[in-house]
Design a protein around this ligand. Structure first.
Ligand code: TXA
Ligand code: MG
Length: 343
């Protein structure tokens, strides 16, 4: 069932249907400020099993528990005293913390770990659902495993039509990349996944943060830090290559070899090619259009896609992390380097 609502003033009937569905052990796809999520009641083994089945997610990759308050988070995990005030200031927002679990959510949700990932989403739709349900909801991004995260309801339909009880269309997600995840059981806290809440901002609230190579999306890091990090992430069927040098030179070199080339333009870096996808002029636009651009790349029928490297500051860290994964770590610094991938 596809239901529509104004994202900023959730339709009460839509929320009621979603809550009834969750209470019955059903699953609901809904927007958040980051990407669309696929939600179950966090205490329902049945609902959780449905989420894993619909998504095709390996059972050892845990879900994020979504709450409406720090109080609800405290019922789910052990929040260290010094963090309570910090979370009151940063939530609701695109930041997930990994803490020791109290074991009240389904074991399916935490994949049997003794830790749990928790966040309060800054989006009126999931917040209204959690409030009316009076319980946390758990869910991953609402894409099939191995596909880009959905940033519109149409993307959810594309991946999961017929496998979800309710899909709520609340327009495009606001940020377009998934929440920042930090493990606060470690000292200093470790960044597990960069997101819209930047490292620069995190450090204002949490003090210094460790940013391991894994968080930048570098290859060595496929060693699991976040359980999810060990899984292969979305890679388009069309090879995608990150370009750290002049895009126009890169396009020229590939055209000379008879290849059909698409360019994903970003931050004013662009080049003429067989196809051009505009991602945006600033990092917010680029993040918002990133997953849609990756979905579009495969529809173009070109031999290769090129994307300019971006500086890894602010939201740039999250964007480069996703691009590295989507490109299968094809990252090039000159023509010879580039030609290795297309030989
Ligand atoms: O913005 C978001 O976070 C979106 C929206 C729907 O909230 N959700 C999302 O979920 O991106 P998902 O499942 O695609 O990514 C959750 C990540 C996974 O990489 C998982 O391994 C990690 O969180 N995770 C969950 N529980 C964890 C834990 N206890 N320790 C470490 N990592 C954990
Ligand atoms: Mg995901």
């Amino acid at each position: 069932m596809l239901l529509r609502t104004d994202p900023l003033a959730p339709d009460r009937e839509v929320i009621r249907v979603a809550v009834e569905t969750l209470k019955r052990g059903g699953i609901v796809a809904a927007p958040t400020e980051t990407v669309y999520g696929l939600f179950t009641h966090a205490q329902s083994d049945e609902g959780c099993a449905k989420v894993f089945r619909a998504k095709g997610r390996p059972p050892d990759n845990p879900l994020i528990v979504h709450v409406d308050s720090v109080e609800m988070a405290e019922s789910v995990g052990h929040i260290p005293d010094e963090l309570v005030d910090v979370l009151r200031r940063v939530w609701p927002g695109p930041i997930t913390v990994v803490v020791k679990s109290r074991g009240i959510v389904s074991r399916c949700v935490t994949a049997g770990l003794d830790t749990v990932a928790v966040r309060a989403p800054a989006h009126p739709v999931p917040l209204a659902i959690i409030k009316e349900l009076e319980a946390p909801i758990a869910g991953p991004s609402a894409n099939k495993a191995g596909r880009p995260s959905p940033t519109t309801a149409a993307h959810v339909v594309e991946d999961l039509d017929g496998e979800v009880d309710v899909i709520i269309d609340g327009g495009p997600a606001f940020f377009g990349v998934e929440s920042t995840i930090i493990d606060v059981t470690k000292k200093p806290p470790v960044l597990l996944r960069p997101g819209p809440f930047t490292v620069e901002e995190l450090e204002k609230y949490f003090g210094s943060i460790e940013v391991p190579p894994a968080a930048r999306g570098l290859a060595e890091a496929d060693v699991a830090l976040a359980p999810g990090m060990k899984y292969r992430h979305y890679a388009p069927n069309t090879p995608l290559i990150i370009i750290h040098f002049d895009l126009k030179e890169a396009v020229k070199a590939l055209k000379m070899r008879g290849m059909r080339v698409a360019v994903l333009c970003a931050m004013g870096q662009c080049a003429d090619a067989d196809a051009v996808i505009q991602m945006g002029a600033d990092l917010y636009e680029v993040a918002k259009n990133l997953y849609k651009s990756l979905r579009d790349l495969d529809r173009l029928g070109v031999d290769v896609g090129l994307v300019p490297a971006m500086e890894e500051v602010g939201l740039g860290l999250a964007v480069m992390n996703r691009l590295r994964k989507a490109s299968g770590h094809r990252e090039t610094y000159g023509i010879q380097d580039l030609l290795r991938y297309v030989a």
